[in-house]
Design a protein around this ligand. Structure first.
Ligand SMILES: CC(C)(COP(=O)(O)OP(=O)(O)OC[C@H]1O[C@@H](n2cnc3c(N)ncnc32)[C@H](O)[C@@H]1OP(=O)(O)O)[C@@H](O)C(=O)NCCC(=O)NCCS
Length: 212
């Protein structure tokens, strides 16, 4: 009886209530059991979820994923493919839902309440939306920041280092190193392409004797 009570307390406090590490490990095991993968260092806050609707679907996630409260990554159809890199931040109640294919590269930040969804409900011959889903792939490139309350719809690519302002709806591709805002999102700023300076910066950061 006492043992049972202690076990329930452990479940409530450590597994469900408290420990991010334990929840991370439980999700790692669950995702692996479903045939997907979740790298080490995952921090899944209370209510955070990774859901694979069907065994045929696929979710592969790299290291150091953080899912804040009630955030969710899920596959909506057996055809869905979700490929997520390292160091991804998914804000409170944000959702990544795939019925087609979603690729999120390393170091992407997705703000609270943002929805990334690559499918729409198909409209039937009677003009009414049906339960059937169809879509086009979404790609979010390395280091992009999508702020709070955004909607990223099917078929778009958000370029490397791009910033999407709060409350935006992204319906077209957004170029790398640009800032886009509004409904629909329009580019308001372009930053310099930092890639061309990377090698220069790397050399500058080396001690004197090691520069070539
Ligand atoms: C886009 C953002 C990053 C600021 O970018 P910025 O380059 O500094 O832009 P500015 O503040 O100079 O604004 C430039 C113009 O865009 C408009 N603008 C800025 N953010 C906007 C937004 N989210 N939606 C619509 N218009 C916006 C400004 O009103 C301004 O318009 P104007 O030139 O007609 O006056 C910021 O406004 C934003 O949306 N932050 C999101 C905050 C958030 O969601 N945080 C949660 C953490 S994940």
């Amino acid at each position: 009886m006492r043992g049972e009570k202690l076990f329930l307390q452990f479940l409530r406090k450590v597994v469900l209530g408290g420990s991010l590490t334990v929840r991370g490990w439980l999700f790692r095991i669950a995702v692996h059991l479903m045939g997907g993968s979740l790298g080490p260092g995952a921090r899944i806050y209370k209510g955070g979820m990774i859901i694979m609707m069907a065994r045929e679907a696929s979710i592969r996630i790299g290291r150091n994923l953080a899912i804040r409260r009630n955030g969710m990554i899920n596959t909506a159809t057996p055809k869905a493919r979700i490929e997520i890199g390292d160091n991804i931040w998914l804000g409170e109640s944000a959702m990544v839902t795939s019925g087609c294919r979603i690729d999120i590269e390393d170091d992407v930040i997705i703000g609270p309440h943002t929805v990334v969804c690559d499918v729409d409900h198909v409209v039937g011959s009677d003009g009414m939306p049906t339960r059937e889903l169809a879509g086009r792939p979404i790609r979010i490139c390395q280091g992009a920041w999508i702020a709070a309350n955004c909607n990223i719809v099917k078929g778009v690519t958000i370029g490397k280092g791009a910033i999407i302002g709060g409350g935006s709806v992204v319906t077209k591709d957004i170029p790398a190193y640009s800032t886009a805002v509004g409904v629909p999102a329009r580019v308001i700023r372009r930053r310099e392409d930092k890639d061309s300076h990377l090698e220069e910066n790397r050399r500058d950061s080396l001690p004197d004797g090691q520069r070539d």
